[in-house]
Design a protein around this ligand. Sequence first.
Ligand SMILES: [Zn+2]
Length: 370
Amino acid sequence: MPKKQTATEIRGFCSIGEYLQGPGIFMDLPHYAGKYGTVTVALIDPYFKALGEELTEKFSAGGQTLHVVLFNGQCSEEEIERVTGIARDVKASCIVGIGGGKTLDTARAVSPALNIAEILCVTSASCDAPTSSHSVVYKEDHTCRAVVHNKHPEYVLVDTDLVIQAPPRLLAAGIGDALATYFEAVTTQAANNVNNFGDGYAQTLTGMAIAKLCFETLLAKGEEAYHANCMHLRTQAFEDIVEANTLMSGLGTENTGCNISHGVSTALATIRDTFDRLHGETVTYGVLCQLIIENAPTELFDRVYKLCKNVGLPVCLADLGIKENVEEKLHTAFEYAVANKEILWIPVYPVTAERLFNAAMFVDSLKDKY
Ligand SMILES: [Zn+2]
């Protein structure tokens, strides 16, 4: 669907049905899935196979059926078709995704295909995708495209007993992804661009308030939550950041819009050196570049930079794995990004490849200053 670039007078706000976060919430899954019928299909990361077995018993104890399908590792057309076929064959009334972003994206695509309910079970707070209405679908050559669905999940469940056991790098990546939300919201608003769902709408005050609260929460609790995750001690600061990374950033991004931070991230993600980096890690670098491009107050830049550094997020190109032929790789990546408007919405000022390059190199030079 072609995206309108300029906001109309129509304000738009979208949301998931319900968001539930806390220790042990996954064990209530039969209750929520049971609202839609008695047959549920759960697409599960192989890592959580034992959890699938435990849930299967819980479903059958309550007179329901849970069919567990192990995820094959990639959200591709083939995998979506495979899982859709299984859910169709067993006449499922609900599809559940349990695991990482790709598992959830696959489950999310099954729901609209069969017009059945969708419950996404989040096991790490590594990005803000769980609450969105998009799936990122990959081809064999590592390229991907965002597929927009016409619905949001009925439920997003976040079991913080599992999230606290996940590697802290995942929480940090979620912080990086969430850091982009408010800055991109402000730039989108200044440019009178549309937000990030449906045909694109003008921002609501509600969406902006969520994006702002997301940023304030990250600044206030980000480092404390990361430390709690390192110690695997579930604290309220940790719960706050899980909510910021997942709910606030998710609703904030869809309802306000993306631009420079995610544009830089997508550009960097085309460089082979970064292929094993997480989405939120390349977005982090995009945030730092955006602040430089927008000439943000030095004090603000300092706070963001130090937060990123203190939670182990990449603050220089070597941290992203880009160590050789740096300038050549950046030029190629940014020229691609600017030419491809699908990934870099043009805000109020001209975003040239040179501006992006200069910002990226400048951020890199700060590694000796901080
Ligand atoms: Zn993102």
